[in-house]
Write a protein that binds this ligand. Sequence first.
Ligand code: G6P
Length: 586
Amino acid sequence: MCSIIGYLGINPAAPIIVKGLKRMEYRGYDSVGVATFSDNQIVVRKGVGKVIEVNNQAKLDQLAGNIGIGHTRWATHGMVTDVNAHPHPSSAGEVAIVHNGIIDNYDELKKNLQQKGYTFKSQTDSEVIANLLQYHHDKTKDKKKSILETVNHLKGNYAFVAVFEDGTLAAARMHEPLILGIGKDGYFISSDVLGFVEHTDEVIYLDNKEFVMIDSRGIKIFDFDGNPIQHQITKVSKEFADVYKGEFAHFTLKEISEQPKTIANAANNTKLELDLAADFVKHARSLYITGSGTSYNAALIAKFLFSRFAKIKVEPVISSEVQFSPDMFEPQSILIAISQSGESADVLEAVKFAKNAGSKIISIVNIMTSSLVQQSAISIGLNCGPEIGVAATKSFTSQLAVLYKIVDKICGGCIGLEFDNISESIKKILSDDSKIQEIAKKFKDVSDIYVLGRGIHYPIASEASLKLKELTYIHAEGLPGGELKHGPLALMDSNSYVIIINPNDSTYNDTLTSAREIKARGAKVIGISDKPSDAYDFWIEIPAINEALYPFIEIVPIQLLAYYAALEKDADPDYPRNLAKSVTVK
Ligand code: G6P
C-alpha cells in the first residue's frame, strides 16, 4: 500500500528519498513521486511505474535540495495516472503533500475549497489536504495553526507529510503508521522503518492524533489540540536492516527458504506471553479468531487445533466481515487477531468492534511496533524478521507455530510438538525442488488449478490456492475434498490440474478416492503426500511426520510451486500486480 517518506537534513534529500521508496516497494504500489524544496520553491516530479522506471525517466533523485518528500501510490481514488500520483501541490504551489489512507469527507471539503477559488488537478482524495493546508495558512499565516485546522477538518484514516514553501516539514497521523527517524545528519519521517533504517535506528513512533513539525532547529510534536508532546526515542531492532536478498533471486524464495529457521524462532517465543495467552483463552466466555488473507487461513487451522486438542470452540471470522455482524462479540470474550503487518485496516476494524463490545484482544503479529500491538492486551511476536515478498510465506508458518504452542500449552503438551523435526522435514523439501520446478513449467498455459484437502488440510488448500492466485495470476480454488461431488466435479476435464493434499493420516483414504475420481475425468492430479500412488500423475514427496504437524510441511512445496510458476509466467513473485503487502485501507 502507499508508502510515504520525508527528509530534512544536511544531505541531498532526493537520493535518500528514492532509496527509501525502493526499500518500501514491497508494500505494493503503482506510481511514484518526489518533491523537494530548494531555492525557495517546491518542485514536484512523479509518474506511473516502478521506482526505477519513473526515476530513469523523470530523474527524481536529481532534484535539488536538502528537504523533500516522496511517495509510492496504490490507487484508491482515481485511476493510475501521472496526475493522480503524489506529491500533490496546493493550487498556489506553496505546500505539497504525500498521503497514505483515505479522506472520507474529501468530496465535501473539495467542493468548499473550489467555491473559495482553490483548484484541483487530480481525482484523488489526497489533494484536498494540500489545498486545505494552503487555505488555513492563507487565513492564519501560521503553519502550526494551519495544520491544526486541517487535521480537525479531515475525517478518515490518514498519515501525511507536507513540505511548506519555507522548507518546514510537517506530518500528521490518524490511524495510519508514521515513524520519525532521528539521524546524525537529519530527520526522517516515514510510514515504515524500512524507509530510513539504513540511516538511523533511533526512532519515535508517533501516536494517533499527533503531528510533528520539523525544521533546521529541530522537531516539535503536538497533539491534535495543539499541546506539545514529549516522546521517548526508541531503538529499532537490527533485524529490520536485514532486507537484502543475498544469494536469492527473489525475496519470496529467500523467505520460503528461511522457514526451517523462522518456525524455530517463533516456537521459541517469550514464554510469558504464551502463558498469559493460554490463561486468557482458558477463561474466556467465548473465543473468536480473525485475520485477512493468509492470516485468516492460519485462523482456520487454529479452529481445528483448538477443538481437537484443547476441546475449546473457537469461531473464525474474516476480519473484513466483522463490521456486518457487530453484535457477535460480548464482554469477557477473547478475539485472537492474526496479522503479519499489524496494520491491515480490516483487522484493526475487527479489533475495534470487539473492544467496543468489551472483548479482550490477543494478537499474533510480526511487527511488534504496529497499531495492532497497541490495541492488544497481549501480543505474541512471530519473530520471523521482515517479510518483503507481498505473498505471505514464512509469516504463515510462524503464525502456525505460535498457534500450535498456545494450544499445546492449554492441553498440557498433548500435540507432541517436534519443531526440530518440522525444520528438518522442510529442509529436505527445500534441498531438492527440481520436480517442483518441472511441474511449474506445466502451469504456464493453465487457466484453472484446484487444490483439494480434507479436515485440517482444507485450510492449507485455501492457503495454497491463495499463493497460486497471488503469484501466478492463475485462477485457483481450494476445495474441501468431500464437496467434490457436490459441484466441482463438473469442472474436471483434461485441461484441469488438481493438487491433492494427501498426507498419510485419517484423511488419506477418502482423499485418495477423490484423486481417483478426478483422474477418471481426465484431469491431471498432483499428489502431495508421503505415500506414492498410481492415482497421481505427479507425486511431490513430503517426509512423514507426527500427523498433527503436516500443515507446516505440506504448504512448503506449494509455496515453491507458486513461486516457480510465477517465473514461468514472467510475473514478478515479490510484487504481484494490484496487490499490496500492508492493506491499510478498508
Ligand atoms: C494483504 C497481503 C496478503 C496478506 C494480507 C493480510 O492482502 O497481500 O498476503 O495475507 O494482506 O496481511 P496481514 O499483514 O494482516 O497478515
